[in-house]
Design a protein around this ligand. Sequence first.
Ligand code: UT7
Length: 328
Amino acid sequence: MKINTKISAVAGWLPDDVLTNVELANMVDTSDEWITTRTGIKERRILKDPTKATSDMGANAVKLLLEKTNISAAEIDLIICATVTPDMLFPSTACLIADKVGASNAFGFDLSAACSAFLFALDCGSKYISSGIYKKVVVVGADKMSSIVDYADRKTCVIFGDGAGAVLLEPEQDKLGIMDAILRVDGSGAEYLKMIAGGSLNPATTDTVNRKQHYIYQDGKTVFKFAVTKMADVSAQIMEQNNLTGDDISWLVPHQANLRIIDATARRMGVGSEKVMVNINKYGNTTAATIPLCLADWESRLKKNDNLILAAFGGGFTWGAIYLKWAY
Ligand code: UT7
């Protein structure tokens, strides 16, 4: 019998410190009005403790997940960490999370796909369940974006925030869980959204530091254009190939990059704004964490059999959509 993969639990973790638009307006030449109307963001969370990193946020989310499901860490088979801000280039953040939560029987790896990474990791993790190989896979989306943001650059510093979310994947016999996925990359978009230095092409030197090449570079306008088109296209495509109309969709769970991109996607899908998860106002763009943080915020309102479309667009370029039937 075919094994489906369901999300059986979700948890989110956010740092306590809040950075508001008003505070940012004291740091760079911007205003609450500009940020709110152009992005929908009012505030974001920042992990200020210099001794903490992405793995700490991810581990906190996984610990919450284990607490609420009453599952011991030793039962986890696999941890996939979606992130663009690993604690270090190696070891992987998944290794560090496994150690911090005590997942002594798991293997794990990081998955790099910027803002689409949670979707890519969810699809990847689901294959280990539906193949019958594993029973408990944890997918983490976590990013400490404040570690790669230049707080003197108004074009990027207003957008990003820190946070982590995690889901537990388990086998499902009924027709629930992950139904379909469309995932894409186009590396010709690399030049528009990137961190130039710190990798094998431009290893860290005093020169790369002086040129501020260890921060996010984004050509916002170009990325916006692609994001609006690709996220809406892929969402419409996954609906079409599953014979779904806007009325069939219970929730759109979009990557939180810009409220205007989210609105355009929902319009294209014929989904009313009351069925769109939006928390960008509170957390900004937390990159790989946006989608699991939405699921965590809306968990109490989700019902078994709800049709969810998860959609994202990000650096790479990367984009995709996943159709799933909520399982609890
Ligand atoms: O999550 C991964 C994928 N990323 C995205 O999807 C992000 C896509 N891009 C965007 O969301 C938007 O392009 C931004 C929010 C980044 C920028 O909004 P925009 O409406 O595209 O603004 P813009 O870059 O076209 O800039 C318009 C003006 C410029 O001034 P001039 O040249 O017209 O005088 C900018 O210098 O706004 C200026 N500007 C700002 N002004 C006040 C740019 N950033 C700011 C700012 N405060 N923070």
